[in-house]
Write a protein that binds this ligand. Structure first.
Ligand code: SAJ
Length: 405
């Protein structure tokens, strides 16, 4: 059985490494963070994802998964590092560059490198292949090593299921790279494997997340229009979606996470003149937290009691706070109300840096918030808030932020 190196042991890399180990592969995980490596080697995990803990514990116990801060020689290297956007919305490819520089020196003739990170079109051909060539001394064009892109497609909160169940798109920089990468995914994925070239696979992934962003922007705009008309936008969208060819997404408090608010910018960067609708959708969704914060501030005006905001994660039932609109809303609201604002986020034990130290914000647990506040705005519908939302105590007001329109 071939050995597999997974570079980057975060939300994608660790579940992938553990899944491959559970399928019998010998997996070397690599991460620059020594504490992450130590945690994994103890058979523990540093992120919350249903089903991941047990799989990692078993993979480490069986000796099929080992983590290290040094990339080891392996037959296949899977790169799963973050690709954020820079301040100016250009693609942040530093981690991909570093990963390629770390893999190159241990690359051997015939090895396969697969990039799973979401990357702008042509990144495999124009950036990764040249770095691997210069750091390994092997020739990409002569086929001395193989390179492919297989974008991750899993939904946080359902990663362990979707890693196996979802269809995959695999694109190599050569037909042989495509064939070998497709064979790897075919060995553990139950969904179908579709093959193409690397640059098409890169574009496909960006299209997927951009479709969702543009659709959510449309839903947010529809909700705002309905609000102006004095009708319930969520109800109108629900009814429109009863048409067999209509599927408008849900209006929300903004679009968070490290994928959907980021990936459309890669397309805008690749084609700034052409990608008009995509950048407009980004602006609409980025403005959404301000609109929601305005409503919350209005709601609290004239009310003497304190306010509680429930949820800070970027969506329900995940612990991931990256690019979370709820954090931005908490900040905007706390700046504008003249009272303490209690924050409940069961997945963290301290406020994130963006709002830590704000004089009017305090992290409390749900019971404390219920006891201390008379007005509760749910920003993120975590399961733990379900009972409060369905049957609020008689003297308390509980509203969902996305229904304030
Ligand atoms: N949201 C809305 N309205 C909706 C759906 C989502 O406002 O109708 C908001 C959510 O509250 C959240 C944000 O959008 O703040 C993103 O959430 P999400 O559940 O749509 O997506 P992610 O970021 O968790 O995962 C996406 C997925 N992509 C698609 O569904 C096309 C996932 O399959 C990708 O693997 C992931 O991005 C990624 O890593 O690229």
């Amino acid at each position: 059985m071939r050995t597999i190196g997974v570079v980057g042991l975060g939300y994608i890399g660790l579940p992938t490494a553990a899944t491959l180990a559970s399928c019998g592969y010998r997996v070397h995980g690599f991460d620059v963070a020594a504490d992450v490596v130590e945690t994994i080697n103890r058979g523990e995990i540093h992120i919350v994802e249903e089903g991941l803990g047990a799989l990692v514990a078993e993979a480490v116990r069986s000796g099929r998964l080992q983590a290290s801060t040094q990339v080891q020689p392996c037959d296949i290297h899977i790169v799963a590092v973050p690709t954020p956007i820079n301040e100016d919305k250009s693609p942040g490819l530093e981690a991909v560059r570093s990963a390629a520089k770390a893999v190159g020196p241990v690359l051997r003739r015939g090895d396969l490198v697969i990039v799973e990170s979401t990357i702008p079109p042509r990144t495999c051909v124009d950036l990764v292949a040249p770095i691997l060539e210069s750091t390994s001394g092997l020739s990409h064009s002569a086929g001395e090593f193989l390179l492919a892109h297989c974008p991750e497609r899993v939904l946080p909160g359902r990663i362990m299921h979707e890693l196996i169940a979802n269809d995959r798109v695999v694109g190599g920089t050569t037909p042989e790279a495509t064939r070998q990468a497709a064979a790897l995914y075919g060995s553990f994925v139950r969904g179908q494997i579709f093959t193409t070239d690397a640059t098409t696979a890169e574009a496909v992934k960006l299209m997927e997340n951009t479709f969702r962003d543009v659709n959510i922007a449309l839903a947010n705009e529809m909700a705002a229009i309905c609000d102006g008309l004095g009708i319930d936008g969520a109800e109108a969208i629900r009814l429109a979606n009863r048409h067999p060819r209509v599927n408008i997404h849900s209006p929300g408090i903004g679009v968070g996470g490290h994928c959907i608010p980021v990936d459309p910018w890669f397309l805008v960067h690749a084609a700034p003149e052409t990608a008009q609708m995509i950048s407009l959708a980004r602006r609409i969704n980025d403005a959404r937290p301000h609109v929601v914060a305005d409503r919350i501030v209005k709601l609290t005006q004239g009310s003497p009691g304190s306010l509680a905001l429930l949820g800070l994660a970027f969506k329900a039932d995940v612990d991931d706070l990256r690019e979370s609109p709820a954090i931005e809303i908490a900040h905007l609201v706390a700046d504008r109300v003249d009272k303490e604002v209690l924050i409940v986020e069961p997945h963290v034990d301290r406020l994130p840096n963006e709002i830590a130290g704000h004089p009017r914000l305090r992290l409390v647990d749900l019971d404390q918030a219920i006891a201390a506040s008379d007005r509760h705005v749910v920003l993120v519908p975590h399961r733990v808030f379900s009972a409060l939302r369905s049957t609020p105590p008689a003297d308390k007001q509980v509203v969902d932020a996305w229904t304030l329109f």
